[in-house]
Design a protein around this ligand. Structure first.
Ligand code: DP6
Length: 329
């Protein structure tokens, strides 16, 4: 029970987005969502329960966690402790290859790894679905990082029914062969957290009801496209879903805008690449960066075109693996 445990989880990028909660306390989303777990970015987290510790402590990439970060980790550990019937505090040490806070889904891999490591360290025996539900309580999108490849997160109506599961067909080299070029325009922290921006959108955007309705339809159509091995349909749906999410937040009061002029420039480039016969589709999260979906065989050409002669950082990614607990527990 006091052994430490380590877990590794990979980042995911949503093709049908999660944007808005129906229940903040339980982290129940307003809609289902669909994502691709990426091999290029991951978090490795070690949880060490300590009978002598008077409080939870933590480090992130070797530096002490900020007060806000510790509060969020402590709340999550409180949940794990209540499930495990433990009162032990712990140290949490996490190292991430995802730039934090830049809309590159660092909280997804971070909280999925924390869920895996904390569950093992506190002796909880959870199956992947239960781990996904637990990770969801740390950060919604973390529910999806428990699984590799393509993943659907069912919105559900309560804690038990809101979980993610893998969608067959997302394997590298399969008929769909999904891959992503991540154009890193700004790896700095964002102006407003996705949590806060999401809340504001739910409360003030007149577009929010139609966002939730249309996203449920998108998820169903995307699952059809995956079953049919139809990447162009999946890509077109993903691009329109992302643009609609940003339109919905632009409708909030005050408006939420993560795009910069460079973001729009990449959208133009993606459109031009398609017109030139290179199929690829853009998606954007809570930051200025653009992630470009394409077939694995087209990834080198897409990445090369977007890097503008090597002057811009483009990270190439293929489908990543499931969460794995590597030590301890
Ligand atoms: C734009 O999962 O970070 O990346 O549940 O409040 O922690 P919280 O939000 P978070 O939001 C992710 C938003 C998104 C879309 C997505 O990943 O589906």
């Amino acid at each position: 029970m006091t052994d430490s445990a380590t877990a590794v989880a990979h980042a995911n990028i949503a093709l049908a987005k999660y944007w808005g909660k129906r229940d903040e306390a339980l982290a129940l989303p307003a809609t289902s969502s669909l994502s691709l777990t990426l091999d290029a970015f991951h978090a490795t987290t070690t949880v060490t329960p300590d009978p002598d510790a008077g409080e939870d402590t933590g480090t992130l990439d070797g530096r002490p966690m900020s007060d806000g970060e510790v509060v969020r980790v402590r709340r999550f550990l409180d949940l794990v402790r209540s499930l495990a019937g433990s009162s032990l505090h712990a140290s949490v040490d996490s190292v991430s290859t995802v730039p934090t806070g830049a809309g590159l889904a660092s909280s997804a891999s971070g909280f999925a790894a924390l869920a895996g490591a904390a569950a093992a360290a506190y002796g909880l025996d959870l199956d992947p679905r239960a781990l996904s539900r637990l990770a969801r309580r740390g950060s919604g999108s973390a529910a999806r990082s428990v699984f590799g490849g393509l993943v659907v997160w069912h919105a559900g109506t309560d804690d038990a029914s809101s979980f993610a599961e893998p969608v067959p067909g997302g394997e590298a080299g399969g008929p769909l062969d999904p891959a992503m070029a991540v154009v890193v325009l700004d790896a700095g922290p964002k102006s407003i957290s996705s949590r806060e921006a999401m809340r504001r959108t739910v409360e003030t955007s007149p577009f929010f009801p139609s966002w939730t309705e249309s996203t449920e339809v998108d998820v169903a159509l995307m699952l059809d496209a995956v079953r049919a091995g139809d990447l162009p349909t999946l890509g077109a749906l993903a691009e329109s879903n992302a643009l609609r999410m940003h339109a919905t937040m632009l409708g909030a009061r005050p408006p939420v805008r993560y795009w910069t002029a460079h973001t729009v420039g990449v959208l133009d480039q993606v459109q031009a690449l398609r017109a030139d016969g290179l199929p690829c589709w853009a998606t954007i999260d809570a930051g200025p960066n653009v992630k470009v979906l394409c077939a694995g065989r087209d990834l080198p050409a897409v990445a090369e075109a977007l890097s503008e002669g090597g002057t811009r950082r483009v990270v190439t990614a293929r489908p990543g693996p499931d969460l794995r607990v590597t030590a301890g527990g």
